[in-house]
Design a protein around this ligand. Structure first.
Ligand code: PFF
Length: 453
């Protein structure tokens, strides 16, 4: 980042740097860990199609809108919303949008860090040869014993959380963004390799059929909401993460083009992960709906049985941890930026406090896999409840408000000049999507889940 003296912020040095940061935020556990397991839980193909439709019709227009809000506001999400509300002479209640984002980020990071801790632990397990020649039962037992131990989960959760807060405190995001430059391509290559391995199994076609055969009868009311919520989660939308990054974006960069690129990269990574995993699920008699442990119970079987699997396994989990890190820093950045810019905290102090709070909340997720696994609220464990509230409610509601704000509250001249789209039709299309299609779709999905539709 280079420092710009006219604003309180430093700026990305180029459009490419922003693309790297935004892709780093978007590509993470959501693509490789969450997408396959929720696809498995929600019956496959039809769910995938709803998710893709949500990315196209809701996700991309909102990504453009959220980046634009950030760039116009030039501050953390809370102050950006304050400034833009004033500029548009709108109701002060719009300020709460920034607040909701900060809270959603902290809540998501609390469980994200626990799962990223699992990935970190699996680097060590891969290294010490735990997967060598292992069959499905051995791998499953390994996973079950691991999550049954609160102490182990707390250890890895603490480690991951400390790494995140250290990076955010030192402001070395820059280094991490640079590492995204090789991280994402390497992840692509590894995933393609794993797809190659999946092709050698007898269940490859069955895996593909599961992911792409459309059987809409498998969709429940909640699955539609989950697919939409995941579009927000995976693109890091609806909570100010992309807004913060947008604030660092130089004025002359095309927001729309960068949004297409980020969304495309994100989607391809998720689809590749699915295609690599489902054949293994069927090949080894596992259940697609096995839940949050799915990748940890499938991919190690491949690593244990393929040539070079020891090295590939280590590399895969290392890359996954890095992908999670570049997402987790964007989850906490809105809260830290607000404490620094608004409450005059030093960056270090802001990181210590947000880090400690988030770590503590994360204990709820840790215990929901062992000592509290039978403690249910609305038939969900603490982890499932947190995930439901943030991905399925807070992010879509945040996205809805962003769409309404960008489409209806901000002045047309402002959005038009900020977006500077190359041709008029593309601006008109975006405006139609952000004013009508995106908010209406989100609203209809909510009506559907409560049974009105
Ligand atoms: N997009 C990230 C992932 O798919 O892993 C998760 C995430 C990051 C969600 C940042 C929301 C966010 F603001």
């Amino acid at each position: 980042m280079t420092t710009n003296t006219q604003t309180t912020h430093s700026h990305w040095s180029s459009r490419f740097a922003f693309i790297l940061a935004a892709t780093g935020s978007a590509v993470g556990l959501g693509n490789i860990w969450k997408f396959p397991y929720i696809t498995g839980e929600n019956g496959g193909g039809a769910f995938v199609v709803v998710y893709l439709a949500c990315v196209l019709l809701i996700g991309i227009p909102i990504m453009i809108a959220e980046t634009m809000l950030g760039r116009r506001g030039q501050r953390n999400p809370i102050e950006t919303m304050e400034m833009l509300t004033e500029e548009a002479q709108a109701d002060k209640n719009w300020h709460y949008l920034g607040w909701m984002g900060v809270i959603a980020g902290v809540l998501i990071l609390s469980y994200y860090s626990v799962i990223a801790g699992w990935a970190s632990a699996y680097v060590l397990k891969a290294f010490t040869g735990n997967f060598f020649d292992a069959d499905a039962t051995a791998i499953q037992t390994l996973f079950e014993n691991f999550v049954a131990s609160p102490m182990q989960l707390i250890f890895w959760h603490s480690l991951f959380m400390s790494a995140t807060m250290w990076i955010v405190a030192r402001g070395v995001n820059n280094g991490l963004e640079k590492s995204v430059r090789f991280l994402i391509p390497s992840l692509f290559v590894l995933l393609i390799l794993l797809v190659g391995y999946a092709m050698t199994t007898d269940s490859y076609q069955r895996g593909l059929d599961f992911m792409f055969n459309l059987d809409f009868s498998k969709l429940t009311r909640t699955s539609v909401l989950t697919a939409m919520g995941h579009a927000f989660f995976t693109l890091s939308l609806g909570m100010g993460a992309i807004m913060v990054y947008g604030a660092y974006l130089p004025k002359n960069v095309s927001i729309a083009k960068t949004a297409y690129l980020v969304a495309a990269a994100d989607t391809v990574v998720a689809l590749l992960a699915g295609v690599a995993i489902f054949p293994l699920v069927f090949e080894h008699g596992l259940h697609p709906a096995s839940g949050a442990g799915l990748i940890f119970q499938t991919l190690p079987i491949a690593f244990g049985n393929m040539t070079g699997g020891w090295f590939i396994g280590i590399l895969f989990f290392v890359l996954l941890v890095f992908a999670a890190l570049s997402s987790s820093i964007s989850l906490i950045e809105p809260a830290v930026a607000w404490l620094v810019e608004n409450k005059n905290f030093s960056r270090e102090k802001a990181c210590v406090w947000t880090g400690l709070g988030t770590w503590f909340l994360g204990l709820g997720t840790v215990f929901s896999f062992n000592i509290w696994k039978d403690v249910l609220f609305f038939e969900r464990t603490i982890f499932q409840l947190l995930d439901y509230i943030t991905s399925n409610l807070m992010l879509p509601i945040g996205g809805f408000c962003i769409a309404v704000f960008a489409g209806w509250i901000m002045k047309r001249e402002h959005t038009e000049s900020e977006l500077e789209m190359p041709c008029k039709p593309s601006y008109t299309l975006w405006r139609a999507l952000i004013r009508y299609v995106a908010p209406a779709s989100i609203f209809l999905v909510f009506l559907h889940v409560i049974g009105v539709l």
